[in-house]
Design a binder for this molecule. Structure first.
Ligand SMILES: N[C@@H](CCC(=O)N[C@@H](CS)C(=O)NCC(=O)O)C(=O)O
Length: 216
C-alpha cells in the first residue's frame, strides 16, 4: 500500500533537515519502505482538507490506505511496530525503547524548542536578554542528564532503536547553537545518528525537495 507523507511545500529551514518530516523519512528509510511526498503550503495547512488529517494544521502527516496519522512520535511508532528494525523483539527492551521515544518528544524536545524560539523568533523582545540564559540552563539540565545516562554507549539502550531515532532528531535542532559540544558524548551520539545510511538518504531526499532539485 502506498505511504504518503505531507511536508512543507518549501521548508523555512531551506532543507537543513529540521522540519519534522525528516524523522519520518528516516524511519521509513531504516525499514526500507518507499513513500510519496505531498507538499503543503502554510495556507493550505490551515484549510479543512489538511485539518481533517492534522487537527493542529501542521506537517508531517502519514497516510496509508484508510489510515491517517499525525504526530511524529505516533507515526514513527506505527512504522516501528509494522516493520522489523526499529524496536527490539524482547518485550522489556521494546518497552524501554518506547520510553526513550516519549522522553525525546515529551522531556527533551520542549526546552530545545523554547530555546530555538527564543533565539530565532524573540531576539528583539525586551525580556529576551534575561530569559535566554534561563532557557539555556533548562536545556543544559536535560543534556547533562542525557549525557550521564548515555555514558560511553553508542545508543541509549543496546542496539539502535526508534528511541535513538527520535532523540537524535530532537537534538539536531541544537547543532547550530554549539551547545552540544559541551557534552562530547552527545555530540558523538548525534554524529553516529547522522552517519547512518538511512538518515543520509532521508536528509538528501528532504534537501532535494526543498532546494528544488527534486523531479517535478
Ligand atoms: N508535535 C508535532 C509538531 C509538528 C510541528 O510543529 N510541525 C511544524 C513543522 S516541523 C509545522 O507544521 N509548523 C507549521 C505550523 O505549526 O503552522 C509533531 O511532532 O509532529
Amino acid at each position: 500500500m502506498t505511504i504518503t507523507i505531507t511536508v512543507f511545500e518549501r521548508s523555512p529551514d531551506g532543507g537543513s533537515g529540521l522540519a519534522r518530516d525528516t524523522r519520518v523519512r528516516w524511519a521509513l528509510e531504516e525499514v526500507g519502505q518507499s513513500y510519496e511526498v505531498r507538499g503543503v503550503s502554510f495556507d493550505a495547512m490551515k484549510e479543512p482538507a489538511h485539518l481533517a488529517l492534522h487537527p493542529f494544521g501542521q506537517i508531517p502527516t502519514y497516510e496509508e490506505g484508510d489510515l491517517a496519522l499525525f504526530e511524529t512520535g505516533a507515526i514513527v511508532f506505527h512504522i516501528a511496530q509494522r516493520h522489523a528494525g526499529l524496536l527490539p523483539d524482547d518485550a522489556s527492551a521494546r518497552a524501554r525503547a518506547i520510553s526513550w521515544m516519549f522522553a525525546a518528544v515529551n522531556t527533551v524536545e520542549p526546552p530545545i524548542l523554547e530555546f530555538a524560539n527564543a533565539r530565532l523568533l524573540e531576539g528583539d523582545r525586551s525580556w529576551n536578554k534575561e530569559r535566554l540564559p534561563l532557557i539555556q540552563d533548562r536545556v543544559r539540565d536535560r543534556l547533562k542528564q542525557l549525557s550521564a545516562r548515555l555514558g560511553d554507549a553508542d545508543w541509549l539502550d543496546g542496539e539502535f532503536s526508534a528511541g535513538d531515532l527520535m532523540m537524535v532528531s530532537v537534538l539536531l535542532r541544537l547543532k547550530a547553537s554549539g551547545m552540544l559540544d559541551e557534552y562530547p558524548n552527545l555530540a558523538a551520539y548525534l554524529a553516529r545518528g547522522e552517519a547512518r545510511p538511512a538518515y543520509k538518504r532521508a536528509f538528501a531526499a528532504q534537501q532535494a525537495y526543498n532546494t528544488g532539485s527534486r523531479a517535478k
